[in-house]
Design a protein around this ligand. Structure first.
Ligand SMILES: Cc1ncc(COP(=O)(O)O)c(C=O)c1O
Length: 348
């Protein structure tokens, strides 16, 4: 898609084609679905269109009363809840102002003018920017033909301070298989850190996918990042966390601003972790809506990369850059109805 048609496309999606003018391809919106930002439909940021869980909203509301206090207790409580969830001590967890902060702390602690960051191409680029700010070179290794990370090539880059593995990967929504990841972690020298970004962990259901959290206890060079911005629907609230061995957490913590987490986000994040029903519902809705849109696009003759996330990548049969920009977040049924109508018009 060239710049002009991409803008046109954005406008068409943004125009929010009335659902009633379209055939009822999709299930009804759930009544509690929050309204989209502004007049349009934003389907480019991989947000969760259903928002935070009701219990997270209530907890955040309550926490405002204690807004005059520093967030020490709220931090401790969230750390303890995360530690319990993963069966690890709480000093192996570090909180972040979004998981972006975990990426930034990793780059700041382990990359430098003599220690590169190695990332896939394409992938979520944030850590590249953070590593550059630390004076590090960014080495990009293309994904394989099946859109997996080419871990053998990534491991072979000399003087790497950190290797970033986004699994599932943004923007392709593809996974790197569990056996390949395991072998890579086992073979890698312990002085090269690996950051596995599991922002989309909850959406992945392939038998070939697994979280690497259980490997942290055996791997002193492994950091896992998680976020509350995706399945927990709190992208605007800002909370994420990292898991690693204690000495790694300490090095990351040295780079972090004191009391950087706000009490509202901490309370909402903690309540979200406890509300497992909201997670299960969000996952089921995403899979159902995603499947419907993918079927429509496939019937229209477009290839969609098999998605293990809350977005998907469409091959719009034009040159490579637009293929990458043609990443679409799975919104509510109404939003996806508007998307399909706009897509048909632009691609006609
Ligand atoms: C793979 C990946 N990691 C991290 C982030 C950052 O998320 P946040 O800082 O909101 O946790 C995103 C955002 O889209 C992402 O796609």
């Amino acid at each position: 898609m060239n710049e002009l048609s991409r803008r046109t496309f954005g406008r068409l999606v943004g125009a929010g084609v009335a659902a009633s003018t379209l055939p009822p391809l999709f299930a009804q919106n759930p009544p509690e679905a929050p309204r989209s930002v502004g007049a349009g439909v934003r389907l480019s940021a991989n947000e969760n269109p259903y928002g935070p869980s009701p219990s997270a909203l209530a907890a955040m509301h309550d926490s405002l009363r204690n807004g005059f206090r520093y967030p020490d207790e709220a931090s401790e409580e969230l750390l303890a809840t995360i530690a319990k969830l993963h069966g690890i001590p709480s000093d192996q967890v570090i909180l972040g102002d979004g998981s972006s902060e975990i990426l930034k702390l990793t780059a700041a602690a382990f990359c430098s003018p003599s220690r590169k960051v190695v990332i896939a191409d394409p992938t979520f680029e944030a850590i590249g920017a953070y590593a550059r700010a630390a004076g590090a070179e960014v080495v990009k290794v293309p994904l394989t033909s099946s859109y997996a990370h080419d871990l053998a090539k990534m491991a072979a880059v000399p003087n790497a301070g950190a290797i970033y593995v986004c699994n599932p990967n943004n923007p392709t929504a593809s996974i790197t298989g569990k056996q390949v990841v395991r072998s890579f972690l086992e073979a890698l020298p312990q002085d090269t850190m690996v950051l596995v970004d599991e922002a989309y962990f909850h959406y992945a259901d392939s038998p070939d996918y697994e979280s690497v959290v259980p490997y942290v206890q055996m791997r002193p060079n492994l950091i896992v990042a998680r976020t509350f911005s995706k399945i927990y629907g709190m992208a605007g609230i800002r909370c994420g966390y990292g898991i690693a061995q204690r000495s790694v957490i300490q090095r990351m913590d040295q780079q972090k601003a004191w009391d950087s987490m706000n009490a509202v986000a901490l309370a909402g994040a903690r309540a979200s972790l406890i509300d497992t029903k909201h997670v299960a519902e969000g996952r089921a809705r995403n899979i159902a809506t995603r499947q419907q849109v993918v079927n429509i696009l496939t019937n229209l003759g477009y290839d969609v990369v098999p998605s293990q996330a809350n977005f998907f990548m469409v091959n719009i049969k034009r040159n490579v850059k637009p293929v990458i920009s043609a990443r679409v977040t799975v919104g509510t049924p109404d939003e996806m109805q508007a998307f399909v109508a706009a897509f048909r018009t632009v691609m006609a």
